[in-house]
Design a protein around this ligand. Structure first.
Ligand code: ADQ
Length: 459
């Protein structure tokens, strides 16, 4: 079996005891890397002082995996990560063209850091290594590696949606992104919609029939494209939730307000996650259901993210104000409609909170997959499961047919969905949950990882 080399913007390092990092994807990738005595390369998370340039590589070994990390200069970080990746690609790929802040400096910083990654990685690669590149930060990496003479198999997986042609074409030099992807041997997306958007972009570039049976011919190259919906470590989430259900501390939140049912939202504080509209919908739900006042609460757990970017700061303020308004207008001395927390919680606590929540509210405006939806389902009590209310614009909606699917732009419809979820009889809740858990057990994160690597090995 060839050695596996994973490249991603950030590297999930094991903790000081050598335990794998938290998060299903990091665990699955670590397991694959361990099996294949692999190498994981990426940004260390550290910024160089003053005018010092990015680089060089520093090495670490842990649990049979070799890590290659580089620090980045402040300019590289600003142009590449906070600039082109998160102020252009992230908003545009999530259909927020209005938030894109393109500049030539950001685009060239993005290319510069991809070139740097290629230069730092190339001496570490052997001829038969298989390379797996992750996400929108690193689309041009294969092209840069090919320029340095790298003939290895290189795969790419996009964790966010691929946009429709008219949306992509708003990015100046978008053609470089399409050309960049053509330098891989396998390009993976979460859903059929992403893949067909990608094909449509190529068609609009004048390629009449770009993808046949998963084989794409474009820009003088032949490569494969496929759909690989990411999963979670389902068995582990089921185990954690079962354990949490037996622990006294985790029963506490549901007992805090006796008889109060909880709807839970768990998201990074990101405009793609639809948090503001969810709070509006919850407010409508309460105002049109008097008997639920004091008896239902939205628990919204939302760690801050990308606070260096103005759109994120504006959103933080907006969400906090909305929560304040609802709590101020409807709250009582012993009950707050929205319990809003800006921090991360550990996996065990999270599993316990999912399990005690009667409704999982996962309503992104757009999302590549959304793992929270899957985690919520996996954490439910099989004898008394809660109900998932899920945005039709999350990739997870393609797999989780047992959810109540909603339009996250329609607060009235979301309010009705919350009501329907709370009123749903046990038989129906069990039927819907069973329809979803089977899929999650079969297509877990290990299967996702194996399927992608099998596709790449076969190339
Ligand atoms: P994200 O946009 O980060 O991922 P998501 O898929 O929901 O979104 O994953 C978030 C992860 O962070 C989940 O595992 C969740 O448990 C965890 N998390 C969120 N809030 C937390 C909190 N307060 N405390 C602890 N953990 C928390 C990107 C894409 C997604 C795609 C994933 C994987 O945007 O569409 O599903 O990659 O491909």
């Amino acid at each position: 079996m060839s050695r596996l080399v994973v490249v991603s913007n950030r590297v999930s390092l094991p903790d000081e005891h050598g335990s794998p990092p938290p998060g299903g994807m990091a665990i699955a990738l670590s397991a694959a890397l361990q099996r294949r005595h692999g190498l994981w390369m990426g940004w260390s998370g550290k910024v160089k002082a003053g005018e010092d340039p990015s680089g060089p590589i520093s090495r670490r070994e842990a649990r049979g995996i070799s890590y290659a990390l580089t620090d980045l200069s402040q300019t590289d970080l600003d142009d590449y990560y906070y600039g082109f990746a998160n102020r252009v690609l992230w908003p545009v790929f999530h259909c927020r063209v209005d938030l894109a802040e393109y500049s030539e400096a950001r685009m060239s910083g993005y290319q510069r850091v991809n070139r740097l990654f290629a230069k730092l990685l190339q001496p570490l690669i052997s001829d038969d290594d298989v390379i797996w590149v992750h996400d929108y930060h690193l689309i041009p990496l294969a092209k840069e590696l090919r320029n340095l003479g790298c003939g290895n198999k290189i795969g790419f997986f996009l964790h966010i949606p691929w946009p429709a042609a008219d949306i992509l074409f708003t990015v100046p030099h978008y053609d470089d992104l399409l050309r960049g992807l053509s330098c891989y041997d396998l390009v993976g997306f979460h859903t059929d919609d992403d893949l067909s958007n990608f094909a449509e972009c190529l068609r609009r570039q004048g390629l009449p029939d770009p993808i046949t049976n998963g084989v794409c011919q474009a820009y003088g190259r032949v490569f494969r494209c496929g759909v690989f919906p990411i999963g979670i470590d389902t068995a582990e989430f089921e185990r954690l939730a079962e354990q949490a259900a037996r622990s006294e501390t985790l029963q506490e939140p549901s007992q805090r307000i006796p008889g109060c049912k909880v709807a839970i939202g768990v998201d990074r504080l990101d405009y793609s996650k639809g948090i503001e509209k969810r709070i509006v919908a919850f407010d409508r739900f309460l105002r049109s259901n008097d008997h639920r006042i004091g008896k239902t609460q939205l628990l919204q757990i939302t760690p801050k993210s990308r606070t260096e970017i103005p759109a994120y700061l504006a959103m933080q303020k907006d969400v906090a104000e909305r929560v304040g308004r609802v709590d101020g207008e409807l709250g009582t001395i012993d009950w707050m409609p929205v319990h809003y927390i800006n921090r991360s919680v550990g996996p065990s606590e999270l599993a316990g909170l999912y399990r005690m929540a009667r409704v999982g509210l996962v309503t992104p405006l757009r999302d590549g997959m959304n793992l929270v939806a899957k985690e919520y389902v996996a954490a439910q009590d099989p004898q008394n499961p809660g109900v998932l209310v899920l945005s039709r614009f999350a990739g997870a909606a393609r797999e989780l047919g047992g959810a109540i699917l909603v339009n996250p732009y329609d607060p009235e419809a979301m309010a009705r969905a919350i009501e329907e979820a709370l009123d749903m009889q046990l038989d129906e809740r069990i039927d819907r949950w069973r329809a979803m858990i089977g899929r999650l057990r079969e297509y877990n994160v290990y299967r996702w990882c194996d399927d992608f690597l099998l596709g790449l090995d076969q190339r």
